[in-house]
Design a protein. Structure first.
Length: 742
C-alpha cells in the first residue's frame, strides 16, 4: 500500500526540520573556537541586515503591528516554557519508571554505563514526544480549518427569521438595533439641515465610501454646540461620543486652509438672498442656479432662455409661497464701504469690502429680489455662459495664422530660506517677485498645441506698462512659432487697474499691434469674478516647485535664485525673466496718449483692432466670433473708442453710441433684448444708475466723474436719450427701506 501523499506545507516543514537537524549536528562537532567564530559571523550578518533595513526594530512598526508582534512573542515564550516543563516532567518520569532498584555495590558495577543508558532513553523519548506533538498540532490546525468552513456554510445557509406574521409583510423588525438605527438617522437628518451644515457646489467636491458617493457638506458650528442643539430639538438621550460616531462620512469639519477665497460677489450675495428666502419658506429652491433653472427650459442653461427670448419659458416666473408682508427677513451680504481709518497718525478714507447682516420686511425684500437682483444675476449668468462658449469655439477652431494667449497675474512670490533667524522671518527684509503666467494656444498638425509661460520681474507693478513688458518676450516666441501670424487673440480677466482701462486700450493699438505685426487684435475679457483658468494652474505649479525646493534645504533669497530654480525644476514651463529696460520705452509711448476714459468700460467683454483703421477700437458687450474686427458688430456692439495722442488734435476725444445717437438710432446692436437699453450715458444721474445696476469699480468711476466735471458734455444728447424712455434712472424719492438695504 502506497504511503500517504504529503501536502506542500508538510514537505516544507519536513525540509526545514532536516535543515535544522543538519545544522544542529554540525554545530555539535564544532570546537569552542569555531563556535565563537560562527557566532561572530552571525552577529555581523544580523547587523548588516539591520543597517540595510531588511530587519526592522519594534519601534519602526505601526502601533497596531507592534501590538501584533508583541502578542506573538508572548505566545512563543509561553510555548517555549510549556515545552521545557514537558521535557523536565518526561525526564523525571523516565528516571522514576526505568531506574532499576539499587543493588549492593560491588567492584564490578559500572555506574557510568547506567547514566549513559538513561540519557539515551530520555533522548529517544524526547524525539518521540516531539514528533507526536508535531502531528497533534497539524491535526488541530486541520480541524480548526474544517470547523471554520462548516461555520461559514452555516452562516450562508441560515435564513433571516421573521417574527411578525404574514399580515404585515412589509414591516421589518429590527430588534435591539431599532433604536440605534433610528438615532443614527435622526443625527443624519439633523446634521444635513442648512443651519447645521452647508453643501458644496463643485462637481469634484464629493466623497466616496463603500461605493456610496456623496456631495461634501461642511459643518457650520462645532460638534459640541451642535450636540447641545440636537438634544434641545429632538429630546433624544445620547452621549456626545455616540453623536460624533453617528456623524455621516460626507459631513466634514471645515478646514481653514480649504475655504473659498476667490468667490464671485454677485454669486455669493445672490446665494445668501436665496438662502434667506428658503429659510423663510417663501421659495422652495435651495440655490441661485436652481432658482434660475426653475424659470428656464429643462436641461442646460441656454443664452436664449437667460435673455428671456425663448418662446417656451420667457413668461415663466418664480413660484412664491404665501407669506405675511410684515415678516422680517434677515440676510447677509458682501459690500464695499468707505471706512475712516488712522494710518501713521493721519485720518484717511479707504474702501474695504466687508460682510454685514441686515433685516427687512418680506414685502420689500421680495420686491427688490424679483425686480432688481434676479434680473442682474440672470444677465451675469448670460455673460459667463456666452463668454465661455465663444472662447471655447475660438480655441478649438484656431487657424494656422491665428494664436490665442490666455494670461493672468499670479500672487507675488515671497523669497525665503530653508532656515531663518527670527528677525528675518518676522521682518520685512525678504523681497517679493512678480509672476505673470500665460498659456499659448496654436494650431498644430493634428490638434491644438499648448505652451506655458511664466515671466518674472522685480517690479511689482501690475499696470498696463508692466503687462506689455511681461508680454514682450512671449510675443517674440509667438513670432518665431507662427511667422505668418495675422490674428492675435488675448484672453484675461477684467480688473480696471490692469487689463481693462484706457491706458491698456491705447497700448493695444500703439504698441502690441506693432510688436506683433498682425492685421487683427481681439481682446476677450472674462466676466467679473470668473477669470480663473489655466494661468492660475501655472502659478500654483511654479510656487509649489519653489516651496518644495526650499523645503528640501534650498534657499531662494533673491530674483536670480528663483529664476535659476524654476528653469531647472520646471521643464514643462518656459521661465522668462523680464528686462526692465523696456518699461521706460513703453511708458514713453503711453505718455503721448490723450485718450479720455470710455463710459461703459466695465461692460466691455471684447475689444477688436484692425490695421485698416489703427486709431479706432470696437467695444462689445460680449465676445462675438461672427462679425469682423473692422465692422460694427450687429450682435453686441457698444460703441467706438477713438484713440487720441499729442500729435493730432482734430480727432474727437471719445465717441460712444450715446455721443452720436444718429449713427446707431436705427439699430440697437444687441442680439438679446436684455441689452437693448443704452449703456454709454453721460449724466451723473445715469452714472449712478449704472453703478446700481451693474456694480461699480472705484478707480474707473472716479476717473469718469472727474473727467465729466472738467469737460461738459452735450445736453441735447442727454435729453434725447432721456426722452426715448429707454433709460430709467432711479428717483431720489426711493423708499427708505430700499436705500437702507440695497
Amino acid at each position: 500500500m502506497a504511503g500517504k501523499k504529503r501536502s506542500e506545507r508538510e514537505k516544507k516543514e519536513r525540509l526545514k526540520e532536516q535543515k535544522r537537524t543538519w545544522i544542529r549536528k554540525k554545530r555539535e562537532k564544532m570546537t569552542e573556537a569555531e563556535l565563537e567564530e560562527r557566532r561572530q559571523k552571525d552577529r555581523e550578518r544580523y547587523k548588516k541586515k539591520k543597517e540595510a533595513g531588511k530587519i526592522k526594530s519594534i519601534k519602526d512598526y505601526t502601533p497596531r503591528m507592534q501590538k501584533t508582534i508583541r502578542k506573538s512573542w508572548r505566545e512563543r515564550a509561553k510555548t517555549h516554557r510549556n515545552k521545557l516543563k514537558l521535557l523536565k516532567a518526561t525526564e523525571q518520569r523516565l528516571i522514576n519508571d526505568e531506574t532499576p532498584p539499587p543493588s549492593p555495590t560491588s567492584q564490578s558495577s559500572t555506574p557510568s554505563s547506567r547514566a549513559s543508558l538513561g540519557r539515551r532513553l530520555a533522548e529517544r523519548n524526547r524525539r518521540r514526544l516531539k514528533i507526536e506533538n508535531k502531528h497533534l498540532r497539524q491535526r488541530i490546525l486541520h480541524l480548526e480549518n474544517l470547523l471554520a468552513n462548516k461555520r461559514m456554510q452555516l452562516l450562508r445557509t441560515r435564513q433571516p427569521r421573521n417574527i411578525i406574521n404574514d399580515g404585515l409583510p412589509e414591516t421589518i423588525v429590527m430588534g435591539r438595533k431599532r433604536k440605534q438605527i433610528e438615532n443614527k438617522e435622526a443625527v443624519r437628518k439633523f446634521l444635513e439641515k442648512d443651519e447645521c451644515s452647508r453643501i458644496t457646489s463643485g462637481k469634484k467636491e464629493t466623497i466616496t465610501k463603500n461605493k456610496q458617493k456623496k456631495q461634501i457638506r461642511f459643518l457650520n458650528d462645532t460638534m459640541l454646540n451642535l450636540y447641545e442643539k440636537f438634544k434641545e430639538e429632538t429630546k433624544i438621550k445620547m452621549s456626545y461620543a455616540l453623536f460624533c460616531r453617528f456623524r455621516p462620512f460626507w459631513v466634514l469639519v471645515p478646514n481653514v486652509n480649504k475655504r473659498n477665497t476667490c468667490l464671485c460677489v454677485t454669486h455669493t450675495n445672490m446665494e445668501m438672498m436665496v438662502t434667506a428666502l428658503k429659510k423663510a419658506a417663501i421659495i422652495k429652491e435651495n440655490s441661485a442656479i436652481g432658482l434660475v433653472k426653475s424659470i428656464c427650459c429643462a436641461g442646460n442653461l441656454r443664452c436664449d432662455c437667460l435673455a428671456r427670448q425663448c418662446n417656451f419659458c420667457k413668461n415663466k416666473s418664480v413660484n412664491l409661497n404665501k407669506y405675511p408682508n410684515d415678516m422680517m427677513i434677515t440676510c447677509e451680504r458682501w459690500i464695499t464701504k468707505k471706512i475712516t481709518t488712522t494710518i501713521k497718525g493721519q485720518v484717511k478714507l479707504c474702501q474695504k469690502t466687508v460682510k454685514e447682516s441686515f433685516s427687512s420686511k418680506s414685502e420689500v425684500f421680495v420686491k427688490i429680489f424679483l425686480e432688481d437682483k434676479l434680473p442682474k444675476f440672470i444677465k451675469h449668468l448670460l455673460n459667463i455662459i456666452s463668454q465661455h462658449r465663444v472662447l471655447t469655439k475660438i480655441k478649438n477652431e484656431l487657424a494656422d495664422d491665428e494664436a490665442l494667449l490666455h494670461m493672468d497675474f499670479s500672487e507675488n512670490y515671497n523669497c525665503k530660506y530653508s532656515a531663518e533667524v527670527q528677525s528675518t522671518h518676522f521682518g520685512g527684509s525678504k523681497p517679493q517677485i512678480s509672476l505673470h503666467t500665460s498659456v499659448l494656444y496654436l494650431r498644430g498638425t493634428d490638434k491644438i498645441s499648448i505652451n506655458s509661460f511664466c515671466t518674472l520681474s522685480k517690479n511689482l507693478r501690475h499696470d498696463p506698462v508692466l503687462i506689455c513688458t511681461h508680454l514682450k518676450p512671449i510675443i517674440d516666441h509667438i513670432k518665431y512659432k507662427v511667422p505668418n501670424l495675422r490674428t492675435m487673440h488675448f484672453q484675461s480677466d477684467g480688473p480696471s487697474s490692469q487689463y481693462r482701462n484706457k491706458s491698456m486700450f491705447f497700448l493695444i493699438a500703439k504698441y502690441l499691434s506693432k510688436e506683433l505685426g498682425v492685421d487683427n487684435i481681439i481682446w476677450h475679457f472674462s466676466e467679473t469674478g470668473h477669470g480663473k483658468g489655466a494661468p492660475d494652474g501655472i502659478g500654483g505649479c511654479v510656487k509649489r516647485t519653489a516651496d518644495a525646493f526650499v523645503a528640501t534645504g534650498g534657499d531662494i533669497p533673491d530674483f536670480e535664485a528663483l529664476v535659476s530654480c524654476l528653469q531647472e525644476k520646471c521643464k514643462g514651463i518656459i521661465i522668462l525673466p523680464i528686462d526692465d529696460t523696456y518699461v521706460d520705452d513703453i511708458s514713453n509711448i503711453l505718455s503721448t496718449s490723450t485718450t479720455r476714459p470710455f463710459t461703459g468700460t466695465l461692460l466691455i467683454h471684447q475689444l477688436t483692432w484692425n490695421k485698416t483703421n489703427p486709431d479706432v477700437l470696437h467695444a462689445r458687450r460680449l465676445s462675438c466670433s461672427i462679425c469682423e474686427t473692422n465692422q460694427i458688430c450687429s450682435h453686441h456692439e457698444i460703441g467706438l473708442i477713438y484713440l487720441t495722442y499729442k500729435q493730432t488734435d482734430n480727432i474727437p476725444v471719445l465717441r460712444t453710441s450715446a455721443d452720436s445717437p444718429s449713427e446707431y438710432s436705427e439699430s440697437p446692436h444687441s442680439e438679446y433684448d436684455i441689452y437693448k437699453n443704452p449703456i454709454a450715458t453721460t449724466s451723473r444721474t445715469s452714472i449712478d444708475f449704472y453703478r446700481k445696476c451693474y456694480g461699480s469699480d472705484s478707480s474707473s468711476d472716479e476717473e469718469i466723474f472727474e473727467s465729466r466735471k472738467q469737460t461738459p458734455l452735450r445736453e441735447n444728447v442727454i435729453n434725447t436719450k432721456r426722452s426715448d424712455g429707454n433709460l430709467q434712472s432711479r428717483s431720489n424719492n426711493t423708499s427708505s427701506d430700499e436705500e437702507n438695504i440695497f
